[in-house]
Design a protein around this ligand. Sequence first.
Ligand SMILES: C[S@@+](CC[C@H](N)C(=O)[O-])C[C@H]1O[C@@H](n2cnc3c(N)ncnc32)[C@H](O)[C@@H]1O
Length: 302
Amino acid sequence: MSAVSDGAGLELPEDADVVVLGDNADVLPRLPDGTFQLVYVDPPFNTGGRRDRRTLRTTRTDDEGDRTGFGGRRYTSVETGRMGYPDSFADYAGFLAPRLEHARRLLTRSGTLYVHLDWREAHYCKVLLDEIFGRECFLNEVIWAYDYGGRPKDRWPAKHDTILVYVRERGAHLFDQDQVERIPYLAPRLVSPEKAARGKLPTDVWWHTIVPTNSREKTGYPTQKPEGVLRRVLLPSSRPGDRVLDFFAGSGTTGAVAAALGRRFVLVDESPEAVRVMRERLGSGPVYLDATGAPLPAPDAG
Ligand SMILES: C[S@@+](CC[C@H](N)C(=O)[O-])C[C@H]1O[C@@H](n2cnc3c(N)ncnc32)[C@H](O)[C@@H]1O
């Protein structure tokens, strides 16, 4: 299996998933047209600062400690590192536009792009994506609603993200509704027992928890998205064996879900911390490359 680049193009191995460490502005032009059935991206939201998360090691103590755990036990925590990325852009649209143009080029004719944003930039990106894809290719505005964190007193607490969905060619696009996982009716007694047992189709408003602190999927990477949200993205808009691309990959949620659903994936992130987390999460199955297509050294190779 080879993933050798000739300097211009990045050759994707037929039979392996790929994780690339590099600026997506360098990587995307190297990928061939029409390669991906689905592109999902969750870029920095332009919050105006950095998105950082401390990693802590906690040990049980008989002394005072700095944390209380289950049953009132005391723990001491030591900071073992920080993970994060810059999240401030003077010209956010100027940053995203060339990358989203590549996203369109890279989609198959039946392909779909999902762009995950929040209230800060969603509306500017809608206008930008209309320009790149054409308004007729705008499929949905999905609202992911959650209920976590503080509630400011001077406005409505912002508890949703926006996922803009565009298709490469309206009418030719894949949306297999039968693959969508059904959800329970809010008032199951108002429908027949058969309907209640089958559940209902979700709409464009998705209620889903954030990644719970002690869950199996939690990696500690800042702004990690829940696998349940990605399952909902991948199931109707791609098929087993299709290629999926995420070029703001972070902790690799898209890859983890793609692997579980039998899709092939290409993940790109410029942060060595993100690639380290992806290695831990995705294991030795994928090929790990730099932006030129050269293999990255194994983590213990220094
Ligand atoms: C919001 S996070 C993605 C989180 C991810 N969806 C997850 O579930 O873990 C955005 C990521 O984009 C990466 N990023 C920002 N600018 C980039 C660029 N120019 N090229 C590649 N990755 C970039 C950051 O390093 C960060 O990991």
